[in-house]
Write a protein that binds this ligand. Structure first.
Ligand SMILES: Nc1ncnc2c1ncn2[C@@H]1O[C@H](COP(=O)(O)OP(=O)(O)OP(=O)(O)O)[C@@H](O)[C@H]1O
Ligand SMILES: Nc1ncnc2c1ncn2[C@@H]1O[C@H](COP(=O)(O)OP(=O)(O)OP(=O)(O)O)[C@@H](O)[C@H]1O
Ligand SMILES: [Mg+2]
Ligand SMILES: [Mg+2]
Lengths: 227, 227
């Protein structure tokens, strides 16, 4: 369902060119559970942004669910993204003027879901991440781990086929992190495709396939033995 | 050097009162290395903000280096903070319009350090966290872990007596996280007081004393055996 062909992403900084992704080939089928790992700055978030249709490659092609994403205009791209993809950002990217409930409702607004159903679905999503007692708090009135969980709830509320999670437990204690991983397990069993970036081996071990990045290139890509 | 006496921090949300800190007593001597741990939402960042003079308690007293901090006005508080404390925030709090070098220089500006010395010291701090090739990047042009390291560099540049680090390795792969922990070890050996919040046992084990929080209260406070 995800087919990346020789993907490059370059940034021009004055006279220098930074090759954030330097020729990445990668195919991920539906209902796979993949962990992307690698050193700080190796291109993980950049790769996630391209998979998540939030950014376009400098070169190469990206086929998502049989469509050549690079050929879509911004409006069509946004529609595909809203329909298929849930994204947990490394830096959360919550709306600071909206409370937790409103933040989680956002993807449903875009999908044209009615007000009452939006409210219910957002409430349920917050409940699933243990935040039903924080629905009316704004991000500045939440702890770091609570903001992270609002970001997770928002990514799930639209029941996306593909969940992309960039360091989803980075700010969570082990028990709360476990709850989130258990939630991902449920989604995976229900048929979702899960791609997560993590630097924690204890988290990565839950995935079925590992992809390692270094300096914008894939250095390893393997299935886990006993999974 | 840090003496917290029956510290309370409350937030009023409509008719409800959230007790982020519910009677915390805690004394930390100079040149201690403390790890604060606890579930998401237990009050760790709130406690750090009070220790770091960024927030005032709702009740209780805080004596820092022999001064009753609660009695200082904002200007005097800012002076004490700038002189004694380096803070790595859980959400980095970098200036988005400034590049890495300018961000790291910020505490030195406040301390009235001359331009050339500021530049050199900021450059050195960035070098110590492995970012000498990213000095002119703005936060939006940096990876999550690179932003985290800029936040660490900024906290160190003023040679503060007390380093407060809230989840300083949350966005770092293990090798880069190791480099940061080795840096903290150096500072500790040089006499600094280090207080870090972490949820990773592999990081916490480097500290000499552990304090556990739950629901705004200290539930455990012990020295590590073989340290
Ligand atoms: N401005 C605020 N208004 C209302 N409640 C707040 C505010 N700031 C924090 N809280 C609440 O206070 C509690 C403690 O927050 P704090 O940020 O200290 O937790 P934490 O231990 O750092 O959590 P985490 O590990 O998730 O970062 C949380 O339950 C949070 O929702
Ligand atoms: N807008 C930009 N302009 C210039 N360079 C950039 C930009 N965005 C990212 N980079 C660079 O591209 C490289 C890859 O960034 P990316 O965010 O993908 O890394 P990452 O693997 O997610 O790292 P981390 O684990 O620290 O989050 C980094 O070296 C970064 O400095
Ligand atoms: Mg990243
Ligand atoms: Mg916190």
């Amino acid at each position: 369902v995800i087919d990346l062909q020789t993907i490059h992403k370059n940034y021009r900084m004055g006279s220098e060119t930074i090759r954030a992704l330097n020729g990445v080939d990668c195919r991920i089928d539906a209902n796979e559970y993949v962990a992307i790992m690698g050193p700080s700055g190796s291109g993980k978030s950049t790769l996630m942004n391209i998979i998540g249709c939030l950014d376009r490659p400098s070169a190469g092609e990206y086929w998502l669910d049989g469509q050549n994403v690079s050929k879509l205009n911004d409006k069509a791209l946004a529609r595909v993204r809203n329909r298929m993809i849930g994204f947990v950002f490394q830096t959360f990217n919550l709306l600071s003027k909206s409370n937790a409930l409103q933040n989680v409702e956002t993807p449903l607004l875009y999908g044209g879901v009615g007000r009452r159903e939006r409210r219910n679905r957002a409430r349920q999503a917050l409940e699933r991440v243990g935040l039903d007692d924080r629905t009316f708090h704004k991000p500045s009135e939440l702890s770091g781990g609570q903001r992270q969980r609002v970001a997770v709830a928002r990514a799930l509320v639209n029941d996306p086929a593909i969940l992309l999670a960039d360091e989803p437990t980075g700010n969570l204690d082990s028990r709360t992190g476990e709850d989130i991983m258990a939630l991902f397990e449920e989604l995976y069993s229900a048929g979702q495709t899960i791609i997560l970036v993590t630097h924690e081996p204890g988290i990565a071990v839950r995935a079925k396939r590992h992809i390692h990045l270094r300096d914008g290139e894939v250095t390893e890509d393997y299935l886990l033995e006993n999974s």
